[in-house]
Design a protein around this ligand. Sequence first.
Ligand code: HEM
Length: 414
Amino acid sequence: MDSRAPELFGWEFSADPYPAYAWLREHAPVHKTRLPSGMAAWLVTRYDDARRALADARLSKNPQRHSPAAHQLGRVGIPGERSANVMTHLLNIDPPDHTRLRRLVSKAFTPRRVAAFEPRVRELAGRLADGFATRGSADLIEEFAFPLPVYAICDLLGVPGEDQDDFRRWAGMMLHGAGRRGAVGRSVKRMRAYLGDLIHRKRVTGELGEDLISGLIRASDHGEQLTEEEAASMAFILLFAGFETTVNLIGNGMLALLRNPRELARMREALTTGDEALVASGLEELLRYDGPVEVATWRFAVEPLTLGGQRVERGDPVLVVLAAADRDPARFEAPDLLDLGRRDNPHLGYGHGIHYCLGAPLARLEGRVAIGTLLRRLPDVRLAVDPDDLRWRGGLIMRGLRSLPVEFAPARMT
Ligand code: HEM
């Protein structure tokens, strides 16, 4: 461990981790650190190393095989996943299991199903904006970025409307309970139990619809289908992987725009004139500049290997720091600059390799609709606090704000 390394955890770091990552990229690009949980792990911060590591089959995703003790203690992985029985999900497994399950889930979670969902996401976003547009102020996390993906994914999965507020409560605990693994674990258990019951009921009654859970039940590959257990784990991981990420895409993205008025004006103009290309490249740039996933999920070396000139031993945990890789000046021109029209932008915000984000089409849809709705409905939106007073949640994997207070001219009641 390099004793000169900057502080990597705590409030100040969370507020702006980029200078510390720049130091690591330059001086210790594959750096062993001790995490607040007590675990030691390698942090990979250069773009080329990160991209290589994400696609390296010698880095396994299965903590049960490679770090059973840490997993048992809940130091790696999703809190409560062992006891809630959500082990067999895409982010925890390697080929050939991963290949089989990803193919099955992809059959249900198709770009067509996502595209057909756009009117519903628009309606949800519009309804949430109605809740504060006439007020002149709002917390965009609590009132918009948080509920939007919860209701969207519930609808997409086929969770009945009357049960969706339970999900909002459980999801709220996941979001606000960072650092309280026990409380988060209990919410994970409740969600998993609910999804298990829903799948069982749909399967037994045969009442299958156009929703994603029905799709998961129906999906088959060469006559092979998901077991109820696998389908419930998959439904859970879609919810889990797609919820906080989207909250942070909207939150971090809006903050980046509000702090860069020229780029904000550019995005507004693109939305007004229907410049879809700039809206699309702008969303990718927001992901690169301050994306929701700061660090990719846990990986473990299955054999000794060399990464960025550093020897990594068998069993060592490796964390790929996407936020650092995506600001690497060796790959991106002027990486600390937000440029919505950036052309050469192969960012790693959605990962890379076989675990590349399965929900990217949905995330792009939600991001576009959410930011478009906010900028249209709140024409002069601005931060209501000093940026230095904003608080970040400070988890290991995700990067997101606790709240985003904004002000704007209240819309007239109609
Ligand atoms: C802006 C929003 C999102 C971002 C930035 C994001 C980012 C990522 C990243 C970086 C990974 C790879 C993790 C790794 O290799 O360690 C990933 C995987 C995944 N994401 Fe997303 N995600 C987003 C939204 C979503 C949504 C909306 C869903 C689904 C509803 C989703 C479902 C998944 C799943 C299932 C995986 C695992 C894929 C696999 O292991 O094969 N994500 N995501």
